[in-house]
Each structure stands twice: as C-alpha cells, then as structure tokens.
Design a protein around this ligand. Sequence first.
Ligand code: FAD
Length: 478
Amino acid sequence: MNHYDLIVIGSGPSGRSAAIQAGKLGRRVMVVERFARLGGVSAHTGTIPSKTLRETVLNLSGWRERSFYGRSYRAREDIGAADLKARLHMTIDHEVDVLEHQFNRNHVDTLTGEAHFLSDKEISVKQPSGEVCTFTADKFLIATGTRPFRPDYVPFNGKTVLDGDEFLDMDDLPRSLVVIGAGVIGVEYATMFSALDIRVTLIEPRETFLDFIDRQLIDEFTHQIRENGVDLRLGAAVEKVEDRGTFVEVSLDNGRHVRADMLLFSAGRMGATDALNLKAAGLETDHRGRIKVDRKSYQTDVPHIYATGDVIGHPSLASTSLQQGRVAACHALDTPTLKESPWFPYGIYSVPEMSTCGMSEEEAQKREIPYEVGVARFRETSRGHIMGLEHGMLKMLVSLKTRRLLGVQIVGEGATELIHIAQAVLNLHGTVDYFVENTFNYPTLAEAYKIAGLDAFNRMPIPDEFKKAAKPKTAKKK
Ligand SMILES: Cc1cc2nc3c(=O)[nH]c(=O)nc-3n(C[C@H](O)[C@H](O)[C@H](O)COP(=O)(O)OP(=O)(O)OC[C@H]3O[C@@H](n4cnc5c(N)ncnc54)[C@H](O)[C@@H]3O)c2cc1C
C-alpha cells in the first residue's frame, strides 16, 4: 500500500524527530531521504562532524593543557587530515546506527530517493536505481534543510576552494586558510583550524559579526581569537576570488590581498527546495528557497503540508529543528500539541566556545528595560584554577523592576553546557535570588552563576523582605 498518514521528506533532526513521534503515536509514517545515509546535514556535513572535529582538534593539539605547559605544548606533533577524519567517521557511524535503530523500533519506513510533489496529496520518489515510485499521504512534512550558498564569483573546485559541506572532506590540511563569512559556521571552523596552528584569515564584509550576541562578550571573544592567531578582517568586502593553482587569492575592496592554500566560503545557506516541485503542491518559497510557515503549528499555506528545520529559516539549529519536528508531527496527527518554551540557547562551538540564552545588554536597552549586570570571570572560580583557565566569563542581566533573570551570555570552556542553568531559570521565571540563595557544587564552573548573581545582587536595591528580616527585634516588655 502506497498511502501513509505522514510522509516526511528529509531525515535531518526535524524529519527524524517528527517521524519518531509519528511512530510512537502508532501512525503509518515514511521518511524519504535522497542521500544514501540517514541523518541529514546535521549528521553528515554540519553539526556532528564539525563538533567532532572540534573535540579531536582540542585533544590532539593539547589545547586545554597549554596554560600549564606553555603555548608550544602539543599532545601530538604531526596532525594530518586522516587523524581528524578517523574519529569523524566513527562518530558519524554511531550516529547513523542509533538513528536507524530508532526508526526500526518505532516502525518508521524509510526510502532512499529524491522526493518531488506531483500534487498537494502525492509525491514521486526517484530512487538511485532510477526506479520512480509514487506515494500519497494525509499529511506531509518538508524537512529538506539547506545547501550552501555558492555565488558565481567564487571558483569552487572541490579541492582548495570549498563550501561548508565540502570542507571536512579535505585530503590534506592546508598550511594557511582563508575563511569568507564570520557567521557561526565560519567562526567555528576558523578558530578550530587556528587551534591547529594553521594560519587563518577570517574575512567579514560587515564591521560587526555575530550580532545576536552581547557586544561585551564579542569584544572578549575577538580579543581571544586574535591572541590565538586568527587574523580577523572586519569591514572588508571581497572583490575577487582567484584560484591560482598553488594558492588562492582574495582581493578586498580596501586594496589588500589575502593568499592562502585553501579557501572556505561560508556566507549563507539556501533552502533545499529546488527539487521538490513545490508549485505542484501549491507552495512558493522566498528568494533564499525558504518556506513560510505558521510558527506555532508549522503548517504551510497548504494546511496539510508542514515544514520544519532549516528550510523555514531562523534560527536554523539542530536543537530547535528537533523540537519543531515533534511539535509539527503532534499537530499534524491531531495529538494534544506540545508547547515550545520561549527561551532556547544558542551554542557557538568556536575556540573558545560561546553560548547565550535570553537578552543581551543591547536588547535590554532597545526594549528600555531597566537592568543590572553581574559578571563572573572563570579565573575567579576554583574549578577555573584547577583547569588552568586564563579566560572565560559569564555575564548575567537582571531586571531591576522584577529581579527576574533577563539573559545570560557565556564565553569560555563549557559555555554550551553551562547555559542550560540559565535556560531553566529563564523559562521558570526565576530571579537573581535563585543564584544567591542556592548552593552550587564546588569546585565547578557553574559557580560562576553564583559569583555573577552576587555581583548583580550587591548592586541592586535591597528587597523589602530582606529589609524586614534584617530589622532588629525589639525586646518584649515584661
Ligand atoms: C557546519 C555546520 C555546523 C552546525 N553546527 C550546529 C550546532 O553546533 N548546533 C546546532 O544546533 N546546529 C548546528 N548546525 C545547524 C544544523 O545542522 C541544522 O540546523 C540542522 O541540520 C537542520 O535540520 P533539518 O531538519 O532542517 O535537516 P537537515 O539536517 O538540513 O537535513 C535535510 C535532509 O533532507 C534531504 N533532502 C533534501 N531535499 C530532499 C528531497 N527532495 N528528497 C529527499 N530528501 C531530501 C537532504 O539530503 C538532507 O539529508 C550546523 C550546520 C552546519 C552546516
């Protein structure tokens, strides 16, 4: 039978979670994936490979030990592309294995091939053998993600001029690398390769980068990556990229030229919608190939067709995609709809890493919310001394009116894990008093919350209940 309750197109995080959710609800569900292996951009060219690379780089280079043993310390002297890839393949194999097992356990059918709408109720799937099958469904979920933006002026060659999806397939490590685009992916790869002592130039045409992060944090981060050797060129537009055989040359509009062994072009991604024939389903995309949805239900303009993940645009994270897939599947299959909490974290796995949840100082100012700031440096914590951390900070914003936590921004070791304390307090409407009143494990980096909380608390007006408690009791008359 070629009819399903739900057909999911794409097996990345949002397609995966939607299909498993549908399976758990006992519905007939099929995932169509055009790539030979399940897992999407996230498992094969995006999140998992880049984060595995980061871990391998930090381990093999001995990065975390350098504050004790000196900047020249290396855990291993010669690190090649093969060393980086070995762990990558093992991790991806595990990831795909777990996913296949989850699909099997939840009775999710899978089919390898490219999906194409024939109408709003029917798709055809062209399999690698050339065979074409058609399927109908009550509901569809488009979870096809994105592909790298490849402008004509960049002479991509798959060897020395690469896009973000090709980058980790390199045969040899370059001695020098130029990265165009200081978005999350560009910054992550630039700083990882710099940790391998590769000469890295990071070019961003705008004067600022990662604008959703607090400026104080970015200043701290910029200082650290420059100290680590990244040549960050802001406000320099690219005029020309030339493949000169033995090197790549980038000409900037300020008259400067950058030469490197390899170039990574990492300035944006496009919705992977070209192959879908969306017109036949009654759907359109914007100029970047993205599909418009209702942000609560993830329904498109055709109500029985849903879309989730990167193909709908911001925030384009694996973490949010997973949640969107579950919400969409529940809505499509008429199951009490899951709610999404308003605050979710951003993680930037650069070296050093950064993570934020809630408002930045600039956002609080823009919204005219009176606030107080608390700051903790990792070097103030005992755990920081044990780990030899010279850098790293946690910045906390608290409302002066309600005492509620407004946001936390962290740069430094463990930032992407530590941020979840902030996320919980934000979503549970906690106040600065939470950090002051609660005991934290010692020694931990989480203690930075306590220090930042006390820092803000000590600068804020004393709340009435504290004043009452502090009043000396008058002696009872006999
Ligand atoms: C280098 C990099 C690093 C990243 N790091 C992080 C991170 O640290 N944390 C984080 O949260 N996010 C990260 N992301 C973002 C994350 O990878 C994406 O948000 C996530 O993969 C989006 O999931 P998705 O469900 O949209 O599907 P995707 O993972 O994009 O997968 C879509 C799938 O659909 C398939 N497909 C497309 N068209 C068709 C078709 N017509 N028929 C059949 N199949 C089709 C594709 O082959 C693909 O497998 C990173 C991304 C990149 C590129």
